[in-house]
Design a protein around this ligand. Structure first.
Ligand code: HEC
Length: 299
């Protein structure tokens, strides 16, 4: 037996194991479906995706319009201040327009005291959070049949998608996500949720009172009625040049919520590239310095 043989045998075993894994991977999703497994959430193409992606300001503006016209009827955005809507890297509305928006917001700031110590309600201003219709969780639950519409400020960061494929594919997806800088699982989930209602629900599914079937929501029984629909698309300003559709509405509001949960993404990515460039230049300089220092020394 030559010395190379054991090495060859090991590589043959590794190859067989890998091949076996890929064959299994091919059957993975089918098996998951047979077992009534979870719905695979489709990944979307986001302008802010990957290592270099940035928010699309016009999309954030359209997304805010949808939040304002639809979602704000039930959901607050407590961690976003009105003034943030006028900041660069976000929807970047003119400050005057945002001031006007704040004082005409349908909900008032409550819980503050006047000079005599009496609780008062007042109009919001630029420095106030984007509040929702409910003063507290109990009031929200009472109005929503027991379900609590969560604050949407961090919802995109708070959700993600799960990889339902078999483990070899799972590992490959993980590796490719590292290489491509994929971090948009939360946005893909929210988009999937907004577009994932099924009416009527699949045959054999027993729905609880006041619940709506959603393919993406864990357990599939969601208390939120479909907020967007193909029959009542939110129209955009004609000058935006974008044709409104159900999917476009869902993309835009999701992009806006992604910004709300990560408002400094644009500047962070730019800084990241600048740091990499800086490190590259430093590496070259250090290399040249090392060569010049050691050039006269015999070694
Ligand atoms: C009529 C009230 C209402 C409107 C309008 C509404 N929602 Fe909701 N939403 C709810 C309720 C209630 C829940 C909690 C559902 C549950 O826990 O079953 C919820 C939950 C959610 C969740 C969390 C789901 C999860 O994974 O836990 C997201 C995301 C969401 N809504 C987004 C939106 C967006 C985006 C809009 C606007 C396009 C919107 N909602 C409009 C009532 C509403």
């Amino acid at each position: 037996m030559t010395r190379a043989e054991p090495a060859r045998r090991v590589s043959a075993m590794v190859l067989t194991a890998l091949l076996g894994a890929f064959v299994l991977a091919g059957f993975g999703p089918a098996r998951a479906e047979e077992a009534g497994g979870e719905h695979e959430i489709e990944r979307q193409d986001w302008s802010f995706g990957g290592f270099r992606g940035q928010y699309d300001q016009a999309q954030l503006q359209r997304g805010f319009q949808i939040y304002q016209q639809v979602c704000s009827a039930c959901h607050s955005l407590d961690r976003v201040r009105f003034r943030n809507l006028a900041e660069p890297g976000g929807p970047d509305f003119p400050v005057e327009a945002v001031k006007q928006l704040a004082v005409t917001w349908p909900y008032q700031i409550s819980g503050e005291l006047d000079d005599e110590g009496n609780p008062i309600d007042r109009l919001p201003g630029l420095a106030d959070p984007i509040i929702g219709p409910y003063k507290n969780d109990k009031q929200a639950r009472a109005a929503q049949g027991g379900a609590l519409p969560p604050d949407l400020s961090l919802i995109v960061k708070a959700r993600t998608i799960h990889n339902e494929s078999s483990w070899p594919l799972h590992v490959l997806t993980m590796l490719s996500d590292v290489v491509t800088g994929y971090q948009e699982g939360g946005a893909d989930y929210v988009y999937g949720l907004l577009t994932g209602y099924k009416d009527p629900p699949p045959a054999g599914v027993e729905m609880a009172e006041g619940k709506y079937y959603n393919v993406v929501f864990p357990g599939h029984q969601l208390s939120m009625p479909p907020p967007l629909s193909k029959d009542s698309v939110v129209e955009y300003q004609p000058e935006s040049g974008v044709k409104a559709s159900f999917e476009q509405n869902a993309h835009d509001v999701t992009a806006f919520l992604a910004w709300a949960s990560d408002p400094s993404l644009d500047s962070r990515k730019v800084l990241g590239w600048q740091v990499l460039l800086y490190l590259l230049i430093t590496t070259v300089l250090l290399y040249l310095a090392k060569r010049s220092i050691w050039s006269g020394v015999k070694h």
